[in-house]
Design a protein around this ligand. Structure first.
Ligand code: ADP
Ligand code: MG
Length: 676
């Protein structure tokens, strides 16, 4: 019944229903959970204690008849005098002449408005009804077609008629443990709290409910993955894997060893691996991927490595081939620009099992390439793939183990929500001998000096990246900017140093040629839009200069910064920015103060919210109504733990106290509302 259309409510016709739908309210339940975004404090106050310009409710006696003055066509002022504790003061309402009838001399009245202490007058905003409950008036996001009071009326009506149908969806034991209000009570109090405490209690309950239900779904998914029937066992050859690891040009860091073990343990179990591998830029994820892929190959499986861009695909293949020098592994590259004939060959060899490992862009899987025995899929720079794409991967009808790698350190609260269905491995240690990148923030006016310093650095034989401003609105402008910046820098550095340009509008071959020239040090200064953001590895580059750095997300800046500092010598990141406000300055300062990716993204999360951390619209984050994953992070942790606990009780679905929860989850999953 709660899913029924709001037209079931008296007073909601087709036109109003449309207006409500524009606010996202279509069903009774939508209406009941359309919570205020703030409340006005309408507690009655005494004149003596009110500050100038404070918004308050004052109750008193009307002592003079109301008078309306009109100016021009639509403007008017309604005035009268009120008395409280023998003190008389003026009240005015602007442009609401019709309130005149509600003001009756010698009667009590309560008015909400703004107090002017000097002039002893109240600018009225609202006349409060005699039956006003509580100390707060809810304020909703409304539209021209649906006004505050209309919405309040409708919500009250809906509660009167339908509140009985609001079934409890949290088990009693949890409600008792965390002293949570009942669902009905909490939802009502979200709209009409008696006092601040009641509001806090209601909010706590609703937030817990949202997180808990979401986590029940996520943990349920995880549980299903764990069930043995879905997965495969990758029985790798321990000795061969060990000797491969020994053949590497360096010893693994402890963190690399730990995550490799975590992955290998998953291989041996029949459960379906779904693991997120997090590691800061340069922490050495590629070699972990190589070991995992090789292990799968020793078990007779094929592996696929998917990345977001062509350039990155080529680079990864080159790195893998280098690492695989001492072992016999057949690799191939398959992207959308692979020539048809070659493509056909590769596909045939994948089907026949001749190729062990294929590296490619995401199109690799989407275009339905058949494998003879695919056992492991690894995706790099995972944050670029949304939840849907992740699920799409699974719906292709094969069941390989999956490892998602990301260099965007994801704060724990975000990881729980965005990737809650996965196990997480973290590389929290850099290979020995790295010197942290020194980050400087300069204003545009200091650019010439910075370029002179960069010139000195270039003269020591090193190379430099220059990142163009990020212009999302227009690709044309983006390219134009890049070209201009390239010309400026060419004027500055040529003929001593060669300057190259890389932007999104260039053809793949052109991009590749430029990248190759940079890698081989034929180009010393590479001017680029953010196409190089991910994964590029040129250890000789020691300076990263980012124009208009304040336009980027901090996590993105951190990624870009990670392009330098890959060699054994000191390197520099120069942020050029004139931020317009304190927030912008704060963000630049954070970058200069820390090199830790987790700290950077946690700060970005706090300063700018979840959507911005990833720097991409499609981040796969669920939307919560009342809950906020930053502000309510503690509740999120608890809710996650409790959901996990409940799933671990094998028979939880049979217990009577969970009946409400179960029914609710079933209903919810029908609509699949968490994943757009
Ligand atoms: P990312 O995690 O950003 O993908 P890479 O895998 O590209 O990092 O590794 C960065 C660089 O560090 C590469 O040049 C790689 O060869 C090197 N590297 C990786 N692991 C180690 C290690 N244990 N010791 C020394 N160098 C390493
Ligand atoms: Mg990488």
């Amino acid at each position: 019944m709660l899913e029924e259309s709001i037209t079931k409510l008296a007073g909601v016709g087709e036109k109003r229903a449309q207006a409500l739908a524009d606010l996202g309210i279509e069903t009774i339940e939508d209406l009941l959970s359309y919570y205020p975004f703030r409340y006005d404090d309408i507690k009655e106050r005494n004149l003596a204690e009110i500050n100038d310009q404070e918004k308050v409710t004052i109750k008193g006696l009307v002592v003079s008849p109301p008078v309306v003055n009109r100016f021009g066509y639509k403007k008017s002022r309604l005035q009268f005098r009120m008395m409280q504790d023998r003190e008389v003061f003026n009240v005015s309402f602007f442009n609401q002449p019709y309130l005149k009838d509600k003001i009756v001399v010698s009667e009590d009245i309560a008015i909400y408005g703004k107090w002017d202490a000097k002039r002893k007058s109240l600018t009225g905003m609202k006349i409060l009804g005699a039956n006003q409950e509580g100390d707060f008036a809810p304020i909703y996001h409304v539209s021209k077609a649906v006004r505050q009071h209309t919405l309040v009326d409708l919500i009250k009506k809906a509660f009167t008629r339908f509140a009985d149908q609001l079934e409890e969806n949290l088990p009693l034991s949890l409600r008792e443990k965390y002293r949570l209000l009942g669902r009905k009570e909490a939802m009502y109090a979200m709209h009409f709290p008696q006092d601040l405490n009641e509001y806090h209690q209601a909010k706590r309950r609703i937030v817990f409910e949202e997180f808990f239900l979401f986590q029940m779904k996520i943990q349920g998914l995880k549980q299903a993955e764990k069930s043995e029937k879905h997965g495969i066992v990758i029985a790798y050859d321990v000795d061969r894997v060990k000797s491969f690891t020994r053949s590497l040009p360096f010893t693994l860091t402890d963190a690399q060893k730990r995550v490799t073990n975590e992955i290998c343990r998953d291989f041996l179990r029949a459960k379906h691996m779904q693991r997120l591998l997090q590691g800061d830029v340069g922490s050495g994820k590629t070699v972990v991927a190589a070991i995992a892929l090789y292990a799968a190959v020793t078990a007779g499986f094929q592996g696929a490595l998917m990345v977001p861009t062509e350039i990155l695909a080529q680079q990864h293949l080159a790195s893998l081939n280098q690492l695989f020098e001492s072992v016999e592994v057949h690799t191939a590259l398959l992207t959308s620009s692979t020539k048809p004939k070659e493509r056909q060959e590769i596909i045939e060899q994948l089907q026949s099992g001749k190729i062990d490992i294929v590296v490619g862009t995401h199109a690799l899987i989407q275009e339905g390439v058949d494998f003879s025995n695919l056992g492991l899929v690894i995706t790099d720079e995972q944050h670029r793939f949304g939840v849907n794409q992740r699920q799409g991967l699974r719906e292709k009808g094969f069941q390989p183990d999956v490892l998602f790698m990301t260099a965007t350190p994801i704060p724990r609260t975000l990881a729980i929500t965005a990737y809650g269905e996965m196990d997480v491995s973290i590389i929290d240690e850099m290979p020995a001998g790295r010197i942290p990148v020194k980050t400087h923030w300069i204003k545009h006016g200091q650019l010439t000096d910075a370029l002179k310093n960069a010139q000195l650095e270039l003269r020591t034989g090193r190379q430099m990246y220059v990142i163009c401003p990020l212009i999302e609105e227009s690709e044309m402008l983006d390219v134009q900017n890049a070209v201009e910046l390239y010309e400026q820098l060419n004027d500055f550095f040529a003929p001593e140093f060669a300057v190259g340009l890389l932007h999104g509008k260039m053809k793949n071959e052109e991009k590749e040629a430029i990248m190759k020239a940079f890698k081989e040090n034929e180009i010393q200064v590479l001017v680029s839009t953010t196409v190089i953001e991910v994964g590029v590895d040129v250890p000789n580059a020691s300076t990263m200069l980012i124009m208009d750095a304040d336009r980027f997300g901090l996590a993105q800046l951190h990624q870009l910064r990670g392009r330098v500092g890959r060699g054994q010598e000191a390197s520099y990141c120069i942020l050029v920015a004139n931020p317009k406000n304190e927030l912008g300055k704060e963000r630049m300062k954070i970058m200069t103060e820390t090199n830790n990716g987790f700290t950077v993204s946690q700060k970005d999360l706090e300063l700018r919210g979840p959507g911005e951390v990833f720097g991409f619209k499609q981040s796969g984050l669920p939307e919560f109504v009342a809950a906020d994953i930053v502000a309510d992070a503690n509740i999120l942790e608890v809710a996650k733990e409790e959901a996990q606990n409940l799933w671990e009780q094998k028979n939880w679905q049979l217990l009577p106290e969970n009946a409400g929860l179960l029914a609710y989850l079933k209903e919810m999953n029908k609509e699949n509302q968490f994943f757009d």
